[in-house]
Design a protein around this ligand. Structure first.
Ligand code: PGA
Length: 256
């Protein structure tokens, strides 16, 4: 059975003091659920250290929103996997559509980053998903194939089960438009099929696939009821204690 994983992607929100407040609030709300769900907070780099301190000793885990693939060097402005490990990160989001769209992220950089993360024992959350234009042109599956096959190129079967994939249709991110649970299931099933071709059924069955895109307390239960939806990557609704805590609790309830 795949363990449910709910991640909060705080994006470029929260100063350090605001981040501490949010992490403290979440810890108070969620400590009882610790064993049944992987709960993950991904604050901006500037607040990783403080949030790490707040959640130490609890089962809430820490993730970063990006990483570079070298351990160290003259790469001004970049952060290495070693540095993330040093701060207590266990996860890192890679290839989010905002990074692909605004910062020139490609399947190749996603691939380099995913390998570097795995090499340092960080679990990569690899984001894939189509734009509205691509969906309307009927190329959703082609885009998913491209993102999955090229993003994971050269990653060994033994590492496959340690990855998390986030299916995030770009048209559903921050727009209030959620994919229907059927659309999510269809994409997740397709992704698992791609993984099965690359790594075999057994490994594919272990990979957790999150849905992301306007997840809120009102739609999480229906999404989680789908057999291939193993969790959620939550943006906007992860910025408030009440909404994120509700999402985690409802998700735990569905997959009990
Ligand atoms: P959203 O963002 O929940 O605000 O749509 C999701 C994401 O980008 O990870």
């Amino acid at each position: 059975m795949r363990k449910t994983i709910i991640a909060g992607n705080w994006k470029m929100f929260k100063t350090t003091s605001e981040a501490i407040e949010l992490a403290n609030g979440l810890q108070r709300e969620l400590y009882k659920l610790e064993e049944t769900v992987d709960i993950l907070l991904c604050p901006p780099f500037t607040a990783l250290s403080e949030v790490s301190e707040v959640i130490t000793g609890s089962n809430i885990k820490l993730g970063a929103q990006n990483v570079y693939w070298k351990d160290e060097g003259a790469f001004t402005g970049e952060i290495s996997p070693l540095m993330l490990k040093d701060l207590g990160c266990a996860f890192v989001i890679i290839g989010h559509s905002e990074r692909r769209q605004f910062f020139g992220e490609t399947n190749e950089s996603v691939n380099n980053k995913a390998k570097a993360a795995l090499g340092h024992g960080l679990t990569p959350i690899i984001c894939v998903g189509e734009t509205l234009q691509e969906r309307e042109a009927g190329s959703t599956f082609k885009v998913l194939e491209d993102h999955v096959q090229n993003g994971l190129k050269g990653i060994e079967e033994s590492a496959a089960a340690a990855m998390v994939i986030a299916y995030e249709p770009v048209w559903a991110i921050g727009t209030g438009k959620t994919a229907t649970s059927q659309q999510a299931q269809e994409a997740h099933e397709y992704i698992r099929g791609l993984l099965a071709k690359m790594y075999g059924q057994e490994a594919a069955a272990q990979v957790r696939i999150q849905y992301g895109g306007s997840v809120k307390p009102e739609n999480i239960s229906e999404l989680m009821a789908q057999p291939d939806v193993d969790g959620a990557l939550v943006g906007g609704a992860s910025l408030k204690v009440e909404t994120f805590a509700q999402i985690v609790k409802k998700a735990a309830e569905v997959k009990k």
